[in-house]
Structure formats: structure tokens, C-alpha cells
Design a protein around this ligand. Structure first.
Ligand SMILES: O=C1O[C@H](COP(=O)(O)O)[C@@H](O)[C@H](O)[C@H]1O
Length: 256
């Protein structure tokens, strides 16, 4: 049975620290149950703060990081090591500081990778890597314990942008051309792929996100506000700071 929850923190730093603490607990629980854990990472400003909080958390070693699989929800299709890549951000903020198993770290291909600047081929390559990690009977995707998602000012999640054809995509991974936010070429998990996760966490900080968050929680259409179109199989968790929670629909106002 799927559950939705909204949690509002007073400031971005607390939001980041609380999200990091939750993630440590969630990954520890998954490892207790299944012996391993899988998280899908996001990019963006609040994600960078969460990753830093994870790195600095005294509880971080509760997780056996060598038994965590890391995937990415989207990538800015740029050369490897480009500071704008979500992979670079995550590696610098926390992955490089953890005792990972490198074979469990699955960045999306870069624009100087085996497919060169062919984003469609890169998307197909990532889909094949995901399918290879899937358990028998789950043809296309591995089990995702948690998908982390930032929320754009326009309501985008991963690189699924409002009114873009990618909002209709049913394959698990898609190239995105003509992104309204730079860079214009990206690779993304699609809404149906994200929605296979046990838990989907949407994380938003700042007044610029308030309108998108309010519309998503008021059940806007997913083509207009992609954040409205993602749901975990067990839990959809909104982690907000007060500024991002400013335009919550009336049913949630008591939280602010
Ligand atoms: O470009 C992207 O933007 C969103 C949100 O970023 P933020 O800086 O506004 O928090 C991010 O979730 C996505 O992964 C990224 O590629």
C-alpha cells in the first residue's frame, strides 16, 4: 500500500542533514533485509548539500557502502569530469570519501564516452546496464530502494521537463534534447522507470520551488508538472524547507 508524506524543515541546512540521516537509516534497513541497497542519485543544489551532510555524518558508517548500488536519475550529457555533470558533483561531494565497490557505481555515460556525443545511444547503453542488473522476472530494471529527486522551479524531476516529449516516454531511459535548462542535451530515467522504486523522495529548497511544489501536491497533470507524476510503490516522501513549502495546498498548511 503506497503512502505519501510531506515533511517540512525550517531551513535548508536542517533539510539536508535530516535527509542524509533518513537515507542512512533507509540504506541500513535495506541491507538488513536484503543484504544490499540501491539508491538512485539526483543532481542540483540541495542534493549537493545532502551529499555533504552524508559525508560528514557520524552515523555514515552504519551503512556498508561496499554493498550499495548507485545509479543516477539523470545526467547532463557533458564530457566525463565536467563540473556540471551530476556524477562529478556526487563524486566530489561524498562518493570519493566512501569505501565503495566501484563495480556498484553506475554513472550515466558521458559525452566523450563510448557513444561519443550520441545521446540516444548513451541512453540505450544505460538502459542495457540497468537491464543487466535486473533480477530474473524484472526484465528492465533492478530493484530501487530509494530514488532521490530534486525539483526544478518549473516542476521538472530528473531531466523530465514540462511539456517535453520525454513526459510521454515509456522506455526506462531516454535522451533529452532541447532541455529548457542548460545543458540542452541530457539523459534521464523516465517517469515509469522512477515509479518502480519502493520509495521516491522529492526534495526542494527555497522560495523558487514553492509554486512547483504547491502545484504538484495539488495533483497537477504530470505533463505540466512532472513532479506530480512520480510515486514510490511504498512511499512518496516530500522533504521541503519552509520557503519551498510556502504554497502548499490547504490540506498541508498545518505543516508550515
Ligand atoms: O538540472 C537539474 O536540476 C534539478 C534541480 O536542481 P536544483 O539546483 O534546482 O536543485 C536536478 O534535480 C536534476 O538532477 C538536474 O539535472
Amino acid at each position: 500500500m503506497t503512502q505519501s508524506k510531506v515533511v517540512v524543515h525550517t531551513e535548508p541546512k536542517l533539510l539536508a542533514e535530516a535527509a542524509a540521516a533518513r537515507l542512512i537509516v533507509r540504506l541500513t534497513d535495506a541491507q538488513a533485509e536484503r543484504g544490499e541497497a540501491t539508491v538512485v542519485l539526483t543532481g542540483g543544489r540541495i542534493a549537493a548539500q545532502i551529499y555533504q551532510a552524508l559525508r560528514e555524518s557520524p552515523a555514515r558508517d552504519a551503512v556498508d557502502w561496499s554493498r550499495v548500488d548507485f545509479w543516477w536519475g539523470d545526467e547532463r550529457f557533458l564530457p566525463s569530469g565536467d563540473p556540471e555533470r551530476n556524477e562529478t558533483q556526487a563524486r566530489e561531494a561524498f562518493l570519493d570519501a566512501l569505501p565503495l565497490n566501484p563495480s556498484r557505481v553506475h554513472p550515466m555515460p558521458a559525452a566523450d564516452g563510448p557513444d561519443g556525443d550520441d545521446a540516444e545511444a548513451a541512453a540505450a547503453r544505460y538502459a542495457a546496464e540497468l537491464a543487466e542488473a535486473a533480477k530474473p522476472g524484472h526484465a528492465e530494471l533492478p530493484h530501487f530502494d530509494v530514488v532521490l529527486l530534486g525539483v526544478g522551479e518549473d516542476g521538472h524531476v530528473a531531466s523530465v521537463f514540462p511539456e517535453h516529449p520525454v513526459t510521454y516516454e515509456t522506455r526506462p531511459v531516454s535522451a533529452v534534447r532541447g532541455s529548457p535548462k542548460p545543458p540542452p542535451v541530457r539523459v534521464t530515467l523516465t517517469l515509469p522507470a522512477i515509479n518502480t522504486a519502493d520509495e521516491v523522495w522529492l526534495i526542494a529548497s527555497g522560495a523558487g520551488k514553492a509554486s512547483a511544489v504547491g502545484l504538484a501536491l495539488a495533483d497537477a497533470g504530470p505533463r505540466q508538472i512532472p513532479a506530480a507524476g512520480v510515486h514510490g510503490q511504498e512511499l512518496t516522501l516530500w522533504l521541503l524547507d519552509t520557503a519551498a513549502a510556502h504554497e502548499l495546498p490547504p490540506t498541508f498548511r498545518s505543516l508550515v
